[in-house]
Design a protein around this ligand. Structure first.
Ligand code: PLP
Length: 401
C-alpha cells in the first residue's frame, strides 16, 4: 500500500474534536453500551413538521436541480429582510439579497469568509475558548489563528483591552460568537459594541457567528447588525441548524458587503456549487412561516432552559465546582482543572474517566483551547441531562478525593 503523505494544505489539520466525540458515542451505542450523550452539538428535537412539509412540497414541485450558486432568490430575500429588521437606527438602507450567500451549513459560510478575507501570515483574533473549527478554518486559509483568552471572572468573555493586547500590525480579523459555543456566554450590547467599535477603528474584518442567537434565556442575544448597523467590514454568519433543529439539512449563510459576497459565491462555485435545493426550500419555510417558526423556536428554547436549570441545580449542590452560567446556546462549560491529571490536560483526563467509568460523553476543553475544562451539552432529554450532571459530580469526587 503506498504511504499517504498529507499535503501542506492539511499537514497541521486536526480532526473536529466535537464530531469525533459524537462518533465515539455512536460507536459505543452500536456496541450495546448505554451511553449518556452530553457531547452532541445539535438539538435533539425533530425538525418542526411545517418545515418538513414545505420540503416535501418543494420536492414534488421539482426542487431537485442545481440552484444559483449563491442560493435561491426567495431564501436570500427572506434572509435579507430579517437582517434589515435587525439593523439599528437611521440612516438605514435595506440589506439586499445580493449581499447574502447561502451555503452548505454555516460552517461553509465561515470557510468561504475566511478563505476570501485572510491569507498567509494574516492574524485573526479568536476570543478563547471558542468553537474548535474557527482555529482550523483560519489555518486552512493559511492565516494564523490568535487565541485571545477570555476573562474567567466574566464568563470567559474577552474585552477590548484583551484584544488590543493581542493585536499586531498583521491583525486582519476577529471572529465573534455570541451566544458562545462552548460557554453559553452572551455579549450584551455594550460589550459587543465595544469590540465592534475597536475592530472598526483598527480596520479589522469582523466575522460574527450568530448561529445560536435565537437560543437565549433571560435576555435576548443582540445581533451585530442591531448594534453596529452596517459597518464597512462585517460578515454575519448564521443558519437554521441550531434554532430550528435542522442540523442535517445543512443550510447556513453569510451576509457581507456586495464585493465580498460575490467573491465568496465565486469560491463556492468551485467547491460545492450550491446548497441542496430541497434544503433551501425547507430553510425558506423556517424563515417565512413566521408564526409557526416563532412557536417552534420558543418551545425548544423553553425546553433548553429547563434542562440548563436542571443541570445547574445538580451542580449548585457541589461545593468547589465552577462553571460558566450559560445565558444562551445549549452548552455548559465546567472547570475541572483542580483534578489530579499529571502531565495530561485535566479536561481530557476527566472526559476519559467519565466515558470509561460512567459511560457519559462530554467534550474535553482542549477542543476549545481550554484544556482544564469540559463542555457538556444539554441538548438531551431532561432526565438524561440530570443523570449526566450527577455522573459528572460523582466522577469529579472520584478524581479529587
Ligand atoms: N458555529 C458554531 C459556533 C457552531 O457551534 C457550529 C456547529 O456546531 C457551527 C457554526 C456550524 O453549524 P452548521 O451546522 O450551520 O454548519
Amino acid at each position: 500500500m503506498p504511504e499517504f503523505a498529507p499535503s501542506a494544505n492539511i499537514a497541521a489539520l486536526n480532526e473536529s474534536a466535537t464530531i469525533a466525540v459524537s462518533a465515539h458515542a455512536r460507536a459505543l451505542r452500536a456496541a450495546g453500551v448505554p451511553v449518556v450523550d452530553l457531547g452532541a452539538g445539535e438539538p435533539d428535537f425533530d425538525t418542526p413538521s411545517f418545515i418538513c412539509r414545505a420540503a416535501q412540497r418543494a420536492l414534488d414541485a421539482g426542487a431537485t436541480r442545481y440552484t444559483a450558486t449563491e442560493g435561491i432568490l426567495p431564501l436570500r430575500e427572506a434572509i435579507a429582510d430579517a437582517a434589515t429588521a435587525l439593523r439599528g437606527g437611521p440612516p438605514a438602507r435595506p440589506v439586499e439579497p445580493d449581499e447574502v450567500v447561502v451555503s452548505t451549513g454555516s460552517k461553509q459560510a465561515l470557510m468561504n469568509a475566511c478563505f476570501a478575507l485572510f491569507g498567509p501570515d494574516d492574524e485573526v483574533l479568536i476570543p478563547t475558548p471558542a468553537w474548535t473549527s474557527y482555529y482550523e478554518i483560519v489555518r486552512l486559509a493559511r492565516a494564523v489563528p490568535v487565541p485571545v483568552p477570555g476573562d474567567p471572572t466574566d464568563g470567559l468573555r474577552v474585552n477590548r483591552q484583551a484584544l488590543e493586547q493581542a493585536a499586531t500590525a498583521r491583525t486582519r480579523g476577529l471572529i465573534l460568537n455570541s451566544p458562545c459555543n462552548p460557554t453559553g456566554a452572551v455579549y450584551d450590547r455594550q460589550a459587543f459594541g465595544d469590540l465592534l467599535a475597536l475592530a472598526e477603528s483598527r480596520g479589522w474584518w469582523v466575522i460574527s457567528d450568530e448561529i445560536y442567537r435565537h437560543i437565549a434565556y433571560e435576555t435576548a442575544a443582540p445581533s451585530s447588525l442591531t448594534i453596529a448597523g452596517w459597518p464597512s467590514r462585517l460578515v454575519v454568519v448564521d443558519g437554521v441548524a441550531k434554532a430550528y433543529a435542522m442540523t442535517g439539512w445543512r443550510i447556513g449563510w453569510a451576509i457581507a458587503p456586495r464585493s465580498l459576497a460575490r467573491a465568496m459565491a465565486a469560491l463556492q462555485s468551485h467547491t460545492t456549487s450550491n446548497a441542496a435545493a430541497v434544503s433551501q426550500h425547507a430553510a425558506l419555510a423556517a424563515l417565512s412561516c413566521r408564526e409557526e417558526a416563532a412557536a417552534a423556536v420558543a418551545g425548544m428554547v423553553a425546553a433548553f432552559r429547563e434542562r440548563r436549570d436542571a443541570a445547574l441545580a445538580v451542580f449548585r449542590d457541589e461545593p468547589r465546582l465552577r462553571w460558566v452560567t450559560p445565558q444562551g446556546a445549549f452548552y455548559l462549560f465546567l472547570d475541572v482543572s483542580d483534578i489530579a491529571s499529571g502531565d495530561e490536560a485535566a479536561g481530557s483526563v476527566f472526559a476519559r474517566h467519565l466515558l470509561d467509568r460512567h459511560h457519559t460523553v462530554v467534550v474535553p476543553g482542549a477542543a476549545f483551547l481550554a484544556p482544564g475544562w469540559i463542555r457538556m451539552s444539554y441538548a438531551a432529554p431532561q432526565d438524561v441531562v440530570r443523570d449526566g450532571a450527577r455522573r459528572i459530580v460523582t466522577a469529579r469526587r472520584e478524581l479529587t478525593d
